[in-house]
Design a protein around this ligand. Sequence first.
Ligand code: PLP
Length: 346
Amino acid sequence: MNKVPFLNFEPLHSEIKVEMLKAFEEVYDSYWYVLGNKVKQFEEEYASFNHTKACVGVSNGLDALHLSLKALGIGKGDEVIVPSNTYIATVLAITDNHLTPVFVDPSEESFNIDIDKIEEAITPKTKAIAVVHLYGQACWSEKLNELKEKYNLKIVEDNAQAIGAKWHGIRTGNLGDAAGFSFYPGKNLGALGDSGAVTTNDDKLADIVEALGSYGSHIRYVHEYAGLNSRMDELQAAFLDIKLQRIDERNEIRRQNAQKYFEGIKNPLIKLPKLVNETADGHVFHLFVVRCERRDELRQFLADNGIESLIHYPTPVPKQKCYKQYADALCPVADKVQSEILSIPM
Ligand SMILES: *Cc1c(COP(=O)(O)O)cnc(C)c1O
């Protein structure tokens, strides 16, 4: 029995249970279950929370990234720069669009893509950079805007893990051309099933994403694009709306818990995560990831004491079986950190 499970929904879900059940009843009685008023309302509130012009609700985080790249019109064979140590979804969104991922190693400090190594990976085929705010820490610098200008690139943010984080007062998900969000239950803002969204400041792009996610159609039975089915449910939108009202407060609790770890973990064999942004809101601690050369022993010790831990992620993406064609991609930093990282409960 885990005394400390990795993820614990109980405190929040018991607090909001009555509100959530009321939302369920409203949707149930409305007899309208996909893309309706609840989705509209959530999209408006989420765009406003994120300070972006538009938000489009979709089925999940992978689709949000897939549709963002597709809507940006990046063509077959074009290259997209992506960190080697992300969740596989970021890379699948690229390869599912018949684009070529070009892997760049993370910085050892932040675990985020090493922005200083991006320029050397740019070729005439490079059309976009997929920036991942990994573990909840905002990944940005002026350098990215400079590269974007100089090489005429698009930037798509994978903001599945950093909902609510800020870089110099700007919300992540409001820094590039488009951003993909996941509301998988375990994310900082989690639905009670699969759900996701795309945010952008480009109304036209939002319009295309919206059509692409509804079979490529704005008007019923008129198909402008060969789209897919990636619609948001009314139930998930209604549930998310209730949780959205509490997201800043929940992120603050995560930061306070992180502070307890920063102050309480004194073992010199355990390296604590580095905060690379100037302000506290630069990290929303989706995950608290420590490093330890004797990681597996540490993990066993925690397990023996009823504390669950996980590894995000045990294998760099180019080393996955499904990506044999990229097995030669050099990612010494990702290889090294992968054997030392451990995510402890938040
Ligand atoms: C969870 C996650 C995704 C995918 O989201 P789903 O809703 O599971 O499709 C993409 N990127 C990152 C970094 C994630 O953590």
